[in-house]
Structure formats: C-alpha cells, structure tokens
Design a protein around this ligand. Structure first.
Ligand code: AMP
Ligand code: ZN
Length: 115
C-alpha cells in the first residue's frame, strides 16, 4: 500500500471507483476514460509500480491477474467476441499510473494500435 498512489486509494475505498470484481489478491474497476464499451482495469491489491518492479515471488499473483481477467471478460459478456489485455510500462508505452494494472478492453471490434 502506497499512501500517495491513486489505485491504492481506490482499492482502499478512499477514492470512489466502479468496482466490478474483487478478491483477496486483486481489485478490478471501470476505467474513468474508457477506450471501448468495456474497459476495466485489473489491479493487484499489493502496490507494485510496474512490470520492471516485479519479483519472482509475484509470479502467482500475475497468474491470478490473468485468471481474474478471464472471469471478468465472461462477467462482462465479451469473452466469446473477444477482447484485448494490455500492460503499459513507463514513458514509451504511456504508463500514467504507477501501480501495475492490466487493461481489459472490448465490447466492439478494436483497431490494432500496437505502436
Ligand atoms: P496507463 O496509461 O496504462 O497507466 O493507464 C492508466 C489508466 O487509468 C488510464 O486509462 C486512465 O483513464 C485510468 N484512470 C485514471 N484515473 C482513474 C480513476 N480515478 N478511476 C479509474 N480509472 C482511472
Ligand atoms: Zn498503489
């Protein structure tokens, strides 16, 4: 938990968020500026700044993040049509919130935007 981190505050309930899924390891809430009809951010409850800061002990947690993504995609009704999972890291990828998160984006055909 980091006291000046936006996503830690949403996880704690200090800042409002539209929570769509929560368990003991992750919290998922709707992106405030959605890039598609469904845009959910899946966030570990543990504060980790970015992929660069992952340690070997985080391996099960990152697996759990993907299992949560699969469940939320089904819950949102977009599993069959398809969706994109994205993790931005640092400046060149445009990371703006330094608490690692998986973007789950779908609900309509997505334009390829890989660079
Ligand atoms: P990234 O650019 O990968 O760091 O993604 C950060 C995401 O957080 C962006 O898509 C923002 O729209 C989203 N975001 C910023 N503030 C909030 C907030 N208060 N609640 C929900 N999503 C947010
Ligand atoms: Zn945090």
């Amino acid at each position: 938990m980091s006291s000046d981190c936006l996503f830690c505050k949403i996880i704690k309930g200090d800042i409002p968020g539209t929570i769509v899924y929560r368990d003991e390891q992750v919290t998922a809430f709707r992106d405030i500026n959605p890039a598609a009809p469904t845009h959910v951010l899946i966030v570990p409850n543990k504060h980790i700044e970015s992929v660069n800061m992952l340690i070997v002990d985080d391996e099960p947690l990152i697996g759990h993040l993907f299992i949560a993504a699969k469940k939320i995609a089904a819950q949102e009704g977009i599993a069959e049509d398809g969706y994109r999972l994205v993790v931005n890291t640092n400046a060149h990828a445009g990371q703006t919130v330094f608490h690692i998160h998986l973007h789950l984006i779908g609900g309509a055909p997505l334009k390829l935007q890989m660079g």
